[in-house]
Design a protein around this ligand. Sequence first.
Ligand code: GUN
Ligand code: ZN
Length: 437
Amino acid sequence: MSRRIIRGRMLSFEAIPQAPDDAAAYWYEADGGLLVEDGKIARRGSFAEVSAAAGEGVPVDDHRPHLILPGFIDAHAHYPQMQVIASFGAELLEWLNKYTFPEETKFSDPAHGERIAKAFLDEMVRNGTTTSAVYCTMRRESAEAFFAEAERRNMAMIAGKVMMDRNAPDALTDTPQSSYDDSKALIGRWHGRGRLSYAITPRFAITSTPEQLEMAQALVAEHPDCYMQTHLSENHAEIALANALFPKAGDYTGVYERYGLLGPKSLFGHCIHLSEREADVLSETGSVAVFCPTSNLFLGSGLFDWQRYRNRAKPLRTAMATDVGGGTNYSMLRTMDEGYKVIALNGEKINPLASFWQVTRGNAEALSLTDGIGTLDEGSDADLVVLDANATPAMRLRMETVGTLAEELFLLQTLGDDRAVAETYVAGQKAKAGLAG
Ligand code: GUN
Ligand code: ZN
């Protein structure tokens, strides 16, 4: 059995913090210890307690004075879009046609998929993200490449082959039957293997025929333990086109509702312009609305109203995500920063403890994964991020005036990026050392 103790300042959430001083919502230990056995947190507490309980001779990774949290979770990203980031000057539909679809055709070459999957997971580790819900491309090989690389690294990843059979280049369209067959084969091969999970992934209503959405419906019914991920209500032109393609659905959410795609394992990227009816039905079905702030700002899509969704009579389950490559950064610190600004433009503020809750335990709740990840609870997988709030000269200078944990977190999310990630642990193993420069 492998055993080690990880030492540092520890922070893990029990519930969403209601205010910066809501200490009941989290566990914080100024000199904390985690005893990690075979990749899992066997014991947590003060370093003194944990090291006494562990006995003699257990190696210690001492990260003091850094802050240790559960690894970040990114609830929506497109690994094939690493070379799409920073494509200039378009809103969603033009951006898809001009940049994204041509880029995704490159993944018919398995070697390209392997190269980009490696680069993407390197970037996750560099940024302290230990779980992501990932879109591959229409090509089955792109999902094979991603799962194989995630398995090699023992990372808890969720991914799926994109189903799309219209309104895209020929090289990027499948058929209802082939999308069913390929998804089914991938589920059989990868879902539940090691730390991997499958997400049934119809790209969005615009690129699927009714026949393909029926196939997605069949897959969801046959595999209720898989995720379902898609896009919803991101951009006004997209909404108008979805409504025109499915005139009987009533509204955009109604399309997915008709095909049985709503539910507690369903992740809907964006959800910016929902009507009250749409928000109600997402709430009633336990569906998750995924907030992608850097993407929504970059593509000019709109402002996700996080506070309204969480506080309405029928609250929405929410998650936060990068949406790389509509999103402009791999870092969940950068994502929280932009999320704060979007929420500010809605006339509200999100306290930094709630932001860090959202990208750790909150996203784990949205993915129904709190048994394994998202906290430092005993029994959880030791997926961790070690954060250094003094990582840059500007951060060090600002830290001189920081007095509370909430202020330190706010500094990390406002000025921090991959330079503030001192280490990332994947199932108890240090993961940053092996990264390509
Ligand atoms: N809607 C359908 N596909 C995509 C995508 O790749 N990125 C974003 N942001 N929205 C989408
Ligand atoms: Zn997306």
